[in-house]
Ligand binder design. Structure first.
Ligand code: PLP
Length: 475
């Protein structure tokens, strides 16, 4: 059969409503004995025990103790359509029964990959007619590195290999991805970045814009790109990569002047522009592709996460005409690809996920009423004594915890980072039933795009309560 039998579906429903009873402590012990987690201090994990998340539905997740939590981070910025979508499970099941795997190497293809590529091209900005599939965002950015260098080689500029990125950017965890990232903690481990990847400052107005208007700061931050191009040598720079809104760096929303000026500089020097939309794409900023919101005209767009809402791993690169034409017309074999490039099951999940986003008009909602409501309710937290600054863009938002508030954001007195106030606040959030991430003293959210007004209100109340608890703890 090509659809789940009634018995399979009934068993799945039962498992959802009555998860098998188990001993959480025993699971935690096996976890710390055998499972090395990503971005985790393993020793502290052994002492505290990991949270065991067992189930999700809509905007909620449940842990093994039965605690219900609003997942204001959409897992890792990815569960855009929310948890528990049986139509995605059914699409995956059906595809697994029909063709669980076939590769796209050596002149073969499969139906879901073709259909998804066609769909993505129809959703992308004008000038994007091709897609390269990968298994993750990191692999997609590795693909970008290889693709832009190959492009310049084919154009006859074999020295144009340097890629410029930004401090505090996040572009993944592979060797190239972590090198493109601008995270000090990552670069400190294993001799990164690799040669040919350099960084400029981030457009973080709160951290660096003292004494300037936001617009003036946006132009100043963009000018750092031109300085770097001139320092490296324009004939050596292949591309500039940036997240339209920096996500993992702490939801850094750039001034409105930033991206148009970056675009102008890239155009002036012929530098390729890569928009890393792994977080920002698929409706999170109220557009299918966030570049459109910021006046960017990228040559390549990285995507992952929201393309399948995280149900199955999938990433890729939208390849614009400038690069695609050269690769296709002059390139011959592009010696690059992954076993799981164009994985039929992942592509089937993506197609159903995109169908849901379209049917429920989630892009329009985030760009319209839901996004406006979240912005207004999140901004209401500004009156809290701990909140020095709060801003949002579509369905990402962040607030800065400060020791003493001031009218101007640059006059707020900051906490000593050693105190770890962000982490204290995050623990209260979890205890109160909401997941919010701490990046230093910036508390950030990226809720599922399906979050309705009532759920937004619930989330804001839990955040406010957790801010109160944090304040009390500090006194
Ligand atoms: N690029 C951005 C902007 C990201 O936020 C991430 C992950 O958070 C990545 C790339 C890496 O994606 P993945 O973890 O799927 O490799």
């Amino acid at each position: 059969s090509t659809v789940p039998s009634a018995a399979v579906r009934a068993a799945a429903t039962l498992a959802k409503t009555q998860p098998a009873a188990f001993d959480t402590r025993a699971v935690q012990q096996r976890d710390s004995a055998h499972y090395l987690h990503p971005f985790t201090d393993h020793k502290s994990l052994g002492e505290r025990g990991a949270r065991v998340i067992v189930r999700g539905d809509g905007v909620h997740i449940w842990d093994s103790e039965g605690k219900q939590i609003i997942d204001a981070m959409s897992g890792l910025w990815c569960v855009n359509v929310g948890y528990g979508r049986t139509s995605i499970s059914e699409a995956v099941y059906k595809q697994m029964e029909t063709l669980p795997f076939y590769n796209s190497f050596f002149n073969t293809t499969n139906l879901p990959a073709v259909e998804l590529a066609t769909k993505l091209v129809s959703l992308a900005p004008a000038g994007f007619n091709h897609v390269f599939f990968t298994g993750s965002g990191s692999e997609a950015n590795d693909t970008n590195v290889r693709m832009v260098r190959r492009y310049w080689d084919l154009m006859g500029y074999k020295d144009r290999h340097t890629i410029i990125s930004r401090h505090n950017a996040y572009h993944g965890s592979t060797v190239a991805g972590a090198s493109l990232s601008g995270m000090e903690g990552m670069h400190a481990q294993g001799g990164l970045p690799i040669p040919g990847i350099v960084h400029i400052g981030q457009p973080n107005y709160v951290a660096s814009g003292r004494g300037m208007s936001e617009d003036a700061f946006g132009l100043e931050a963009a000018s750092w790109l031109e300085k770097k191009i001139l320092e490296v040598g324009p004939d050596k720079v292949a591309a500039f990569i940036g997240e339209p809104v920096q996500g993992a760096g702490g939801v850094i929303i750039p001034p409105a002047t930033y991206w148009p000026e970056i675009q102008r500089i890239c155009d002036m020097y012929g530098v390729l522009l890569i928009a890393d939309e792994v977080i920002c794409g698929f409706g999170r900023l109220g557009k299918w592709f966030a570049s459109e919101r910021f006046g960017m005209r990228p040559d390549l767009i990285t995507f992952a996460k929201g393309v399948t809402s995280g149900y199955v791993p999938l990433g890729g690169v939208m390849v614009g005409e400038r690069v695609a034409n050269v690769l296709i017309e002059k390139g011959g074999d592009f010696n690059h690809g992954f076993t799981y490039s164009g994985h039929p099951v992942a592509c089937a999940a993506a197609l159903e996920n995109i169908r849901i986003i379209e049917q429920e008009q989630l892009v329009e909602k985030v760009g319209g009423a839901s996004g406006a409501y979240l912005a207004e309710r999140f901004a209401s937290l500004r009156d809290h004594p701990l909140v020095g600054h709060a801003d949002s863009c579509g369905f990402v938002a962040g607030l800065n915890l400060v020791k003493n508030k001031a009218d101007a954001v640059h006059d707020c007195e900051l906490f000593d980072p050693e105190l770890g106030v962000g982490m204290v606040c995050r623990s209260f959030m979890f205890a109160n039933g909401v997941i919010m991430r701490a990046v230093g003293e910036r508390m950030i959210i990226a809720p599922p795009l399906v979050m309705n007004h009532t759920q937004i209100n619930d989330m804001i109340s839990l955040i406010r309560r957790s801010l109160d608890d944090t304040l009390q703890e500090l006194q």
